[in-house]
Design a binder for this molecule. Structure first.
Ligand code: OGA
Ligand code: MN
Length: 301
């Protein structure tokens, strides 16, 4: 018989997200606790721990219990200054911040709102997980929004599900925070990848919509107009308030999410105020539409 869960938690919204109570993430947690956290993560997509006090090293230690720590993706040369951040000196850590030192950004993602996206969804192996720790916050706004993409998938009409089954979409890196990439010219220099429109989560076995407004630009195998119409419906499904949890940050919040079944975005905040979050990730692998493809493709390696 399964051991009863010892980790205490409470739901944060009907869409997704639970707050886990009573854990100190700076400590080395027993494996049983880590296993329970992972089980809750598979079910609830977004986990929140409040009032944490953790160093960069402790954050990396905790995150590494869930897989291989991800490296920041190198930016193209001409954007290096803007996206590298003068204080980002560990390849595995990104400072999500609008702060500057002598006019140079200390980290990435600047200020204001940010359209919904999937972290590194434009790559062959998108990050499985992202972890953010709240260090400095504006007095209001800068909330992080999470769309439950299982629910988004389930909300689509049977007709749309049928039409887009076995179809792929182009995901392309967008360095702006609220604009679409112009893909009418040569995109060979911009990182991009085609993923199935619907992917099956390898651990939960559930199907989710894998499309976001910031970086998914084109459905393969249809006209430009049709692609635009379909994408608008898909963006809207993931951003529907009924599938979204909005996280209002408090200092010391530690938030972790699963990029395979969630999109996330950010609400506006006053650029005159400072915001700083410390981010790390876990590397992922290719995503497939059917569960059986994961084992088939592993066998071919
Ligand atoms: C990220 C991200 C959103 C935020 O760190 O990947 O999208 O609220 N952050 O700053
Ligand atoms: Mn992000």
């Amino acid at each position: 018989m399964d051991e009863p869960l010892s980790v205490r938690y409470r739901p944060l919204s009907p869409a997704c997200g639970v707050e886990i109570l009573g854990l100190d993430l700076s400590a080395t947690l027993p494996q049983q606790t880590v296993d329970e956290i992972r089980a809750l993560w598979n079910e609830h997509i977004v986990l929140v721990f409040r009032n944490q006090k953790i160093t960069e090293e402790e954050q990396l230690q905790f995150a590494s219990r869930f897989g291989k720590l991800g490296d920041r993706k190198p930016p193209p040369k001409k954007l290096k200054e803007r996206t590298e951040g003068v204080l980002q000196n560990d390849q595995r850590v990104m400072l999500v911040s609008n702060k500057t030192i002598d006019g140079s950004p200390i980290g990435s993602f600047g200020d204001g709102d940010m359209w919904y996206h999937i972290d590194s969804g434009y790559s062959k192996n998108p990050y499985t997980y992202t972890f953010l720790y709240g260090v400095e916050l504006p007095s209001e706004g800068g909330n992080t929004l999470f769309g439950n993409m299982y629910l988004a998938y389930e909300s689509l009409s049977e007709e749309l599900k049928g039409k887009l089954a076995n179809q792929k979409a182009l995901h392309i890196h967008q360095y702006e925070r609220r604009a679409r990439v112009d893909i009418s010219g040569d995109i060979s220099e911009i990182p991009h990848w085609y993923h199935p429109v619907f992917v099956t989560h390898p651990e939960s076995g559930r199907k989710s919509l894998f499309v976001d407004r910031l970086m998914t630009q084109r459905i393969e195998g249809c006209t430009h107009e049709e692609s635009e119409q379909l994408l608008e419906k898909l963006y809207a499904a993931g951003e529907n308030p009924s599938v979204v949890y909005e996280h209002e940050w408090e200092l010391g919040d530690f938030v972790m999410w699963d990029n395979r079944c969630a999109i996330h975005g950010r609400t506006w905040f006053d650029p005159k105020e400072s915001r700083l979050l410390r981010r790390c990730t876990i590397e992922g692998g290719p995503l497939y539409e059917e569960l059986s493809e994961y084992s088939q493709n592993r066998l071919q390696l």
